[in-house]
Design a binder for this molecule. Structure first.
Ligand code: B4P
Length: 188
């Protein structure tokens, strides 16, 4: 089974591209952001806990996120492959993912990192905020907090996988179709 991590800052297009990889290559998208939004929409206990963090642009605590992710992964063991979208976002999550892979005799195939300029990220998220109804896209201050959280807590995850020789980088600027072509070349 192939296990890809799609990596990049908020607004880099992880969700957008993961959906296309799912429809074109049969890889299953596992998005922690979508999983939290689902729980939130159903007003579950987990959803209410997650909302307090997400609305401020902060990360949901690792132990909650890891447990939810492991449960979801186990539902898709017969898939040809998965795309982890928005996970891992901290070193602790990366270590937990390695542990899960070991337990299941699996391994991370590659981490694909999408590079996008900061100004472009802010523009994309503000644009989405006009229609998404997402509190974390609604104002620039929360968006800047998310980008700062990414710098501080998530970007070290890249070095973690660089040390394992698993990182592939692509240019995330440009039209969605062009970015998808670069991405497709990494998973073929
Ligand atoms: P996520 O749901 O993961 O969302 P994201 O980082 O904002 O978006 P993504 O990179 O997927 O961008 P998208 O394709 O949508 O996280 C939301 C929150 O959930 C986090 O802040 C956190 O609180 C919580 N969370 C999630 N995972 C967690 C974890 N592991 N641990 C703890 N907390 C966690 O694209 C954005 C916009 O750009 C879209 O409107 C899209 O149409 C547009 N776009 C995409 N590609 C484009 C392109 N090439 N050109 C122009 N526009 C483009």
């Amino acid at each position: 089974m192939k296990n890809y991590i799609l990596f990049g800052p908020p607004g880099s297009g992880k969700g957008t591209q993961a959906k296309r990889l799912e429809s074109d290559y049969g890889l299953v998208q596992i998005s922690t952001g979508d999983l939290f939004r689902y729980e939130l929409g159903n007003k579950t206990e987990l959803g209410q806990l997650a909302q307090s963090y997400m609305d401020q642009g902060r990360l949901v605590p690792d132990e909650v996120t890891v447990k939810m992710l492991a449960r979801k992964y186990n539902e898709h063991r017969d898939a040809p492959g998965v795309i982890f979208d928005g996970f891992p976002r901290t070193i602790a999550q990366a270590e937990a993912l390695d542990h899960l892979m070991d337990q299941l005799d699996e391994e991370i195939t590659a981490l694909i990192s999408m590079d996008v300029d900061k100004d472009e990220l802010v523009q994309r998220l503000l644009e989405r905020g006009k229609t998404s109804g997402r509190a974390d896209d609604a104002n620039e201050e929360v968006i800047r907090t998310r980008l700062q959280v990414y710098e501080n807590e998530t970007s070290p995850v890249l070095s973690y996988y660089e040390n394992q020789g698993k990182v592939q980088r692509i240019n995330g600027m440009g039209a969605i179709n062009i970015v998808f072509q670069s991405l497709a070349a990494c998973v073929r």
